[in-house]
Ligand binder design. Sequence first.
Ligand SMILES: O=C(O)CCC(=O)C(=O)O
Length: 285
Amino acid sequence: MPKRLTEAQIAQYREEGCIFPIRVMSPADAAGLRRRLEAFEARTGEPLKGDLRHKSHLLFAWLGELVRRTEILDAVEDLYGGDLQCWNTNFFIKEANNPAFVSWHQDSTYWGLSKPDVVTAWVAFTEATEANGAMEFIPGSHKLDQIPHRDTFAKDNLLTRGQEIAVEVDQSKRRVITLEPGEMSLHHVRLVHGSPPNPSGDRRIGFAIRYMPTSVAPVAGEDSATLVRGRDHFHRFEAEPQPSRDLDPEFVALHRRITERSARILYRGTGVASYNDPRALAERG
Ligand SMILES: O=C(O)CCC(=O)C(=O)O
């Protein structure tokens, strides 16, 4: 018996590679998460950028709690079983009236993971609609093997390398992932997806949490992950601890070490050394 999803949703995930909307918290709780993010940004005086956008669940206790949230994990368990780790988290923030976009891509391209048993829970802190640059996907495209990508490092592309699929995408099949604050979508690591700019008057904020069963291994270098449910019988990743307060200096140092290492995996072959490298920073976050 599934814990959170219906049998129909599970079948849809297997068939189309994406399901939504799934409510994981109230709109008021989502607004509370947005307020916490924006309180931090108000203190630093700028939008979250560089390595702070990645593995942020190691920096902020409230995000450490979010990646362990029962409403999310029950749904992920229905797809991938009860021994689950969070491999990464990434803020995807599109500022109001901003050209930032995400090119059509498959997540699996540069992640350096042994098998495509990886799902993203994309949690909406604000609404995500066609009017503010919501994600779009091609149903069933997760069944394709790994498709070749080319790196563009395009200025406004939010992806690490500005990578895009090197073949034509049939736009007529595209579907928009519309979400209310506090809802999430779940998408497969091989799904072809992307998102256009946000021409609206408000920010669009999503927090992407990458989950996988503990049987997945790193294949491009040593890496780390957070065990969020069940047991890890494999010990393939360095185990990440849970922060009990925001920006604990020990966790800030750990986060720096871990994100530098994971950036070396994601940017391998490009000469980019870290998320804070000027080539990585150019609007990319
Ligand atoms: O937030 C977006 O528009 C794109 C997110 C994305 O590509 C992902 O979560 O894999």
